[in-house]
Design a protein around this ligand. Structure first.
Ligand code: HEM
Length: 240
């Protein structure tokens, strides 16, 4: 059972994620979109969307530091377990709360704005339930286990298991020593990754990041003399 949950399921979820993304791109290239509903409602979206997106970006960075970077590296850099714990709990709580408030606003908006609710598919609802469950369990771990409880050094088990999956040497026993809430959080995350390619979450891989640095688009009128305006006498001002 332990091997099934911590060896078979992670690879099943990863396969579903990678093959699913290829399949979706191949067969539904034009459906690869966030299916924005900004044109239906903008007031709540203007708050909910940045809160959620900046919050989840912070959470992602926190996961990279906590799961991908080995504890020995940060110890060698002079960061003690207590120091790491303090940093993780404070930044995790701030970004986590931003994510939760943003997500609640987005869900409220989706339910309370009839035009937005009408364009909400069953897959969207499944995605929101899964995403909400992963985030809720993450917050439970951060606030209840790590902040209010005694805390658990997850970099000694959960993080090592996480990396072992990507080295193709999965060590299921490591997850057995983790608190149940950490196990549930990781399991739900696998479910989210398996569902990902079939939802609007695919837009994560086509975020228009290049937009920030792209050159301006310069609009020019066609031929000034071909327009309805009668040509002026003499020189025309450049750029008119
Ligand atoms: C297998 C994958 C994952 C593992 C092993 C994992 C593990 C963890 C751990 C150990 C914590 C506690 C961090 C701390 O308080 O120091 C945490 C918190 C959290 N996780 Fe995950 N996580 C995974 C995937 C995800 C995903 C996919 C999401 C969201 C889409 C997510 C959202 C959160 C949130 C919102 C928190 C609370 C805020 C924070 O500490 O950053 N997690 N996770």
């Amino acid at each position: 059972m332990t091997s099934f949950v911590w060896v078979v399921l992670p690879y099943a979820a990863l396969t579903c994620f990678i093959v699913g993304l290829f399949w979706r791109y191949r067969y539904d290239k034009f459906g690869w979109t966030s299916r924005s509903s900004q044109m239906y409602e903008n007031r709540l979206l203007a708050w909910g969307s940045p809160l959620f997106h900046f919050g989840i970006l912070g959470v992602l960075l926190g996961h990279i530091v906590g799961l991908v970077v080995p504890e020995t590296w940060t110890t060698r850099l002079g960061l003690s377990e207590e120091g790491y714990h303090l940093m993780a709990v404070t930044t995790g709580s701030v970004f986590g709360l931003m994510t939760v408030v943003g997500l609640l606003l987005l869900i409220y908006r989706r339910r309370s704005t009839p035009s937005v609710f009408r364009v909400t598919t069953r897959m969207d609802k499944a995605m929101y339930v899964m995403l909400g469950a992963v985030i809720a369990m993450g917050m439970y771990n951060s606030l209840v286990v790590q902040l209010l409880g005694g805390g658990h050094d997850y970099r000694a088990d959960v993080a090592v298991w996480f990396r072992s999956v990507f080295w193709f040497q999965p060590d299921a026993a490591l997850m057995q020593s983790a608190p149940l809430s950490f196990q549930i959080h990781a399991l739900l995350a696998m479910g989210l990754f398996a569902l990902w390619p079939f939802t609007r979450l695919v837009h994560v891989f086509s975020a228009p990041v290049g937009y920030l640095a792209r050159p301006y688009i310069v609009y020019r009128s066609r031929d000034a003399h071909g327009s309805a305006r009668a040509p002026r006498r003499g020189w025309e001002k450049i750029g008119s």
